[in-house]
Design a protein around this ligand. Structure first.
Ligand SMILES: C[S@@+](CC[C@H](N)C(=O)[O-])C[C@H]1O[C@@H](n2cnc3c(N)ncnc32)[C@H](O)[C@@H]1O
Length: 394
């Protein structure tokens, strides 16, 4: 008998540090009730079918974990004994392949890999006893993934229903230099409060992550449309029907066009080439205007004022800093003179360079970009005389 895809259990959705508020909003918008939230994840109650839906729709998460069992274990031998009592034969296909991942903090374990091997041993020993054969196992996350979460004596064993991380949205064929993670880009756009209907301008677009995520949001297109495989497809008893119904729903709600103009510019022709190709892969190139130009020459439309978002370099290499001081000051001038009436945003890891912008940030939101602490700085760019609405006299 296979596991029920309608059985409720705890679901944990993980995310990079500081992204939980945006993940929480996405999960709530999908109709779920958050039961717990911390800096790198949220918890809800739900079924494996709910996990299928979450995997398809979520833009800002990493993994969707469905709890198989909680138990206590003080050391690896006791963890093995408890794990052996789980009905693995109802979860794993007898000719399946599984990967174990873990997050362990227990005094008796100084190497996570040891804990992984102990859990794998329990699973394959149980499968061997039931079927006479051992499932294959290894590091590949493209089949069934089992996740071990262990804190002191508390063990939780999950099905990681995602497998490969959800943070990649599968359109980036050409990365460019210092690209943002797709889920992080989506979270920064959510943090900007952009409504998807006004214009979104992205100078210094690099490989186009911000512009493409904005376009996907404007068109109501969700990451699952660009992904073919998940770990849940390898759970014993999986039947494609529910997942296909979610895909059909996701395709039906995707829009063909939007009133929002999305503008992506970069001084480097290779970056614009990458942005165009990545946007084509994402199926959103028809709503993005691409241009090779210095950020100061970006044509900012003035009829549907929305968001200008810039992710400049932060000067990690020696000797770049002084040039970047000039660039950050020029970004401030560009926002002030060319983007009046927009909400301006700069995403940077350098608070010192941010000071050179010369504008007072109305808000600073914390993020992490590949282990570097970053800020999304918001600027209110009040409309000057150039953009003031005309007063029509009768
Ligand atoms: C940190 S990268 C942006 C990465 C982007 N967010 C992504 O996800 O791929 C900064 C980009 O600014 C561009 N750039 C540097 N100086 C510029 C300038 N003066 N005008 C326009 N773009 C510039 C670089 O070519 C680079 O692609």
């Amino acid at each position: 008998m296979s596991i029920s895809f309608e059985q409720k259990s705890k679901i944990i959705i993980t995310c990079p540090k500081f992204i939980a508020p945006y993940l929480s909003k996405e999960v709530t918008d999908l109709g779920f009730t958050i039961t717990d939230q911390w800096s790198t994840g949220v918890a809800i109650e739900g079924t494996i079918n709910d996990c299928i839906k979450l995997n398809f729709y979520i833009r800002t998460g990493n993994q969707v974990l469905w709890l198989i069992k909680d138990f206590e274990a003080v050391n690896a031998d006791l963890m093995y004994k408890e794990a052996l009592t789980i009905d693995w034969e109802n979860i794993i296909k007898k000719d399946g392949y599984l990967c174990i991942t873990s997050n362990v903090e227990n005094d008796t374990i100084d190497n996570n890999l040891f804990a992984n091997v102990k859990l794998k041993d329990a699973i394959v020993d149980r499968m061997k006893e039931k079927f006479g054969i051992r499932p294959d196992s290894g590091p590949e996350r493209n089949k069934l993934v089992i996740h071990l979460f262990w804190r002191e004596n508390q063990v939780s064993v999950f099905i990681d229903t995602s497998g490969e991380t959800l943070s990649k949205h599968n359109y980036r064929k050409l990365p460019g230099s210092a690209p943002m993670q797709e889920s992080l880009a989506a979270a920064t756009i959510m943090a900007s409060g952009w409504d998807g209907k006004t214009d979104f301008v992205n100078p210094m677009c690099g490989s186009g992550t911000l512009a493409i995520e904005a376009a996907l949001m404007a068109l109501n297109k969700y990451p699952g449309l660009l992904r073919a495989y998940y770990s849940f497809m390898h759970i014993e008893g999986y039947n494609d029907e529910y997942y296909q119904s979610i895909r059909t729903e996701g395709r039906a709600i995707a829009l063909k066009s939007t009133p929002a103009k999305i503008i992506a510019t970069d001084i480097n022709p290779n970056a614009i080439n990458a942005t165009r190709m990545n946007a084509q892969t994402a199926g959103v190139d028809h709503i993005i205007d691409f241009e090779v130009c210095d950020f100061r020459d970006t044509k900012v439309p003035s009829d549907n004022l929305g968001v200008v978002m810039i992710n400049p370099e932060y000067g990690e290499r020696l000797g770049e800093y002084e040039d970047l001081e000039i660039i950050y000051k020029a970004i401030g001038d560009f926002l002030k003179t060319s983007c009046q009436g927009y909400k301006g945003f700069i995403f940077t890891a350098s608070p010192n360079l941010a000071k050179k912008v010369g504008l007072k940030a109305s808000q600073k939101t914390e993020f992490f970009n590949s282990k570097l602490e970053c800020r999304l700085l918001a600027y209110e760019l009040y409309g000057g005389s150039k953009r003031e609405p005309k007063i029509v006299s009768q």
